[in-house]
Design a protein around this ligand. Structure first.
Ligand code: SF4
Length: 223
């Protein structure tokens, strides 16, 4: 059991417990935001930009997530964001359920035990399947509250990467669904953890914030 988020993060960043850390990536990624937040946002796994920067949801999907959260009164510095899987699968392939179970049972469980969020937003199918059940389906189960095995209320919504692939009426419909799912999560947070400030005055620039980590990861990979 880890007593501080920095110790846990160091352990995550040096993990080599499965072959995913050798799949043509820069090694494990960790979390971003506040480890004291009552709101946790759990995504799938790192894409190319996240692999470079070492943190989740900072690429195009992360920027769309920032906008969606802003519309319901949340900024990423006031929430805790992490992924089920810490290492980027080769060529951004979707991680298998077994890979998700393996990594998350080592790291995500410890993160949630340490930060003890009041509410979780599960982004997309991989997060939903880990937090609810391997048989869960995002199209059927999004927008419905469930309790995770960590005994935390959670609601699933579409992953922003999915929204980026939609167009026209499908996109408009999915965006509204995400809005209402996130709004429900914020309202539940306010009910369970009243008085917590979830929004800063501006959306933080995460690419700027983690630029030094990116340089350090890229340098390590070339040595
Ligand atoms: S995917 Fe998870 S378990 Fe596997 S090496 Fe990366 S951090 Fe470790």
């Amino acid at each position: 059991m880890f007593s501080s988020i920095s110790d846990l993060e160091s352990a995550i960043l040096s993990c080599d417990q499965c072959k995913l850390c050798q799949e043509n990536n820069h090694g494990p990624t960790s979390y971003n935001g506040s480890a004291c937040s009552p709101l946790a946002i759990i995504g799938e796994g790192p894409g190319g930009v996240e692999d470079e920067y070492g943190v989740p949801l900072v690429g195009p999907s992360g920027q769309l997530l920032d906008k969606a959260l802003w519309s319901v009164g949340v900024t990423r510095d006031k929430a805790y964001t992490s992924n089920v899987i810490k290492c980027r699968p080769n060529k951004n392939r979707t991680p298998t359920i077994d890979e998700g179970q393996f990594c998350a049972s080592i790291w995500l469980d410890k993160e949630l035990a340490l930060i003890q969020p009041k509410v979780i937003i599960a982004l997309g199918s991989v997060a939903l399947k880990y937090l609810l059940a391997p048989t869960a389906r995002i199209t059927k189960d999004r927008g419905h509250w469930f309790t995770t095995k960590h005994n935390i209320p959670a609601i699933a919504t579409y992953h922003p990467a999915y929204l980026l692939r939609l167009t026209g009426k499908d996109l408009v419909k999915a965006k509204w669904e995400v809005y209402y799912d996130m709004k429900a999560a914020v309202e539940k947070c306010q009910e369970l953890a009243p008085g917590n400030d979830l929004k800063s005055e501006t959306i933080p620039n995460l690419l700027e914030l983690y630029y030094e980590r990116k340089i350090s990861r890229l340098c390590k990979s070339t040595t």
